[in-house]
Design a protein around this ligand. Structure first.
Ligand SMILES: [Zn+2]
Ligand SMILES: [Zn+2]
Length: 196
């Protein structure tokens, strides 16, 4: 299959990212094989390609805003039939056993692994994802509209939930690009924004 590969981390102007041929990946027992339909571009992909992040997998394929369709599954996977679409995001795997995982804060897990950094991501015709970290996606929304939600959208959604917006409240999203990192809320248009 065709895939983009970080052949030598460095400035992208010096072709650190190249189009190569790789074998179609074989999913592990708990993984899905995903045929990629769209993959968004995140600044973190650039950090991987340029070596701002330490190498976790030599020749890695970046891309962690993936929309695709299940094309195969490991022996232990249940509940993902052919057809439909799945999303693959940045958080790829956690240990499932630490204090953070136990309280539902798996994004803080010290043994977490990431798509397109620890494992090949979505700048390819196929990728894999642990089934427990695959998102089922609804019909009726184009692939390219869903893809950015797999990273930037998740960040904004988390911020929105933490803001606990009251009914009728106003919401301000601060930041740039698709990933505003801070949410502030107003109880009413006349009140100043809270500082939390
Ligand atoms: Zn990202
Ligand atoms: Zn954990």
């Amino acid at each position: 299959m065709r895939a983009w590969s970080v052949v030598r981390p460095g400035p992208v102007e010096e072709e650190s990212l190249r189009l190569v041929e790789k074998p179609v990946p074989v999913p592990a027992d708990d993984e899905l094989l995903v045929r990629v339909r769209a993959c968004g571009v995140c600044r973190t992909d650039l950090h991987v390609a340029e070596g701002d992040l330490p190498v976790r997998r030599v020749g890695v394929t970046p891309g962690h805003e993936v929309v695709g369709e299940p094309a195969g599954a490991g022996a232990a996977v249940r509940g993902f039939e052919a057809g439909g679409r799945v999303g693959v995001a940045w958080l790829r795997r956690t240990d499932g056993s630490c204090a953070y995982c136990a309280r539902g804060a798996e994004n803080l897990c010290p043994r977490s692994e990431y798509t397109g950094w620890y494992a090949d991501g979505g700048y390819a015709e196929y990728t894999t994802v642990p089934a427990a970290f695959a998102y089922r996606l609804p019909d009726g929304v184009p692939d390219v509209a869903l893809a950015p939600l797999m990273c930037a959208g998740i960040i904004g959604h988390r911020a929105l939930r933490r803001a606990a917006l009251p009914p009728g409240g106003r919401l301000g999203l601060y930041g740039f690009g698709a990933a505003p990192i801070c949410v502030r809320r107003w109880r009413s248009p006349r009140e100043p924004p809270c500082t939390s």
